[in-house]
Design a protein around this ligand. Structure first.
Ligand SMILES: [Zn+2]
Length: 263
């Protein structure tokens, strides 16, 4: 495995990392050490289902710089039960996480009932508003629908992670107070539309993420992704915008700190 280039820059925040995933069980300590060495000093770690909450809570207590979010991910719909929404509400109230999520809509994977997805999403958006927390959203083939849901509930802020929609959809989202999470996909040259958007969008709505262990970067295909690779995402974003990497690092770190209340 070629480990990501880790020239140190100012402290970076991986705004979307599944560091609690089983893929990291064998060497999580080394993965975290590489991230810190690369300057990725903080990570926001969103849960995917109730069965993961306790593990995630313990991991984030044990390790510095890890911030949990709790939510019910649409790809794991088969695991969720209506009463899990009550469990989630209790966890949010008790644990005061940095965000609600990961939740959202996935219209790409077949067999995920759309009405059921909406039921879980709407309640989680309401919880975010109720507890005045940002929300971490997953949207696949559903950017207009996610914007409509945000609008319907109202009074929300957050991030649509791994954004891959159009410029118009992006604009709708940041007008609603939502950031765009940018990670591995932007490192692929063929991602022309996404790269143009990242080159021109207002920096105040941009967050860097890896989505580890998923979405490996260009040049790392088939490998497990890890938070240290955030530095390569940073370099690509800085290159596309023609700006110094330090400036992009500082701005995106500030964005994440502000959104998730990390300072
Ligand atoms: Zn995720």
């Amino acid at each position: 495995m070629r480990i990501c280039d880790n020239r140190r820059v100012i402290a970076l925040i991986d705004s979307h990392s599944h560091i609690d995933a089983r893929e990291f069980d064998a060497d999580r300590g080394a993965v975290l050490a590489r991230a810190r060495k690369a300057g990725v000093t903080q990570q926001v770690a969103p849960a995917i289902a109730v069965s993961w909450f306790e593990n995630l809570r313990q991991l984030c207590r044990r390790e510095s710089g890890l911030h949990p979010a709790y939510g019910l991910h649409p790809m794991f719909l088969a695991e969720h039960r209506p009463e899990h929404l009550d469990v989630l509400a209790e966890w949010i109230e008790r644990e005061r996480p940095v965000a609600v999520g990961e939740c959202g809509l996935d219209f790409y994977i077949e067999g995920l009932d759309r009405d059921t997805q909406y039921e879980y999403l709407d309640r989680q958006l309401e919880l975010a508003r109720e507890f005045d927390l940002p929300v971490i959203l997953h949207a696949r083939r559903a950017f207009d629908e996610i914007a409509a849901a945000i609008r319907r509930v109202g009074g929300l802020r957050g991030v649509v992670h791994s954004f891959s929609g159009s410029e118009e959809q992006a604009r709708q989202l940041w007008k609603l107070g939502f950031h765009l999470g940018i990670g591995g996909p932007v490192t692929y040259e063929r991602a022309k539309r996404l790269r143009t958007l990242v080159a021109t969008m207002p920096i105040e709505w941009l967050l860097l993420e890896t989505d580890s262990p998923d979405q490996p970067l260009s040049g790392h295909r088939g490998e497990r992704n890890e938070p240290a690779c955030l530095v390569e995402v940073l370099d690509v974003v800085a290159g596309l915008r023609g700006e110094p990497r330090e400036r992009i690092a500082e701005a995106t770190t500030r964005n994440a700190e502000r959104l998730f209340g990390l300072v």
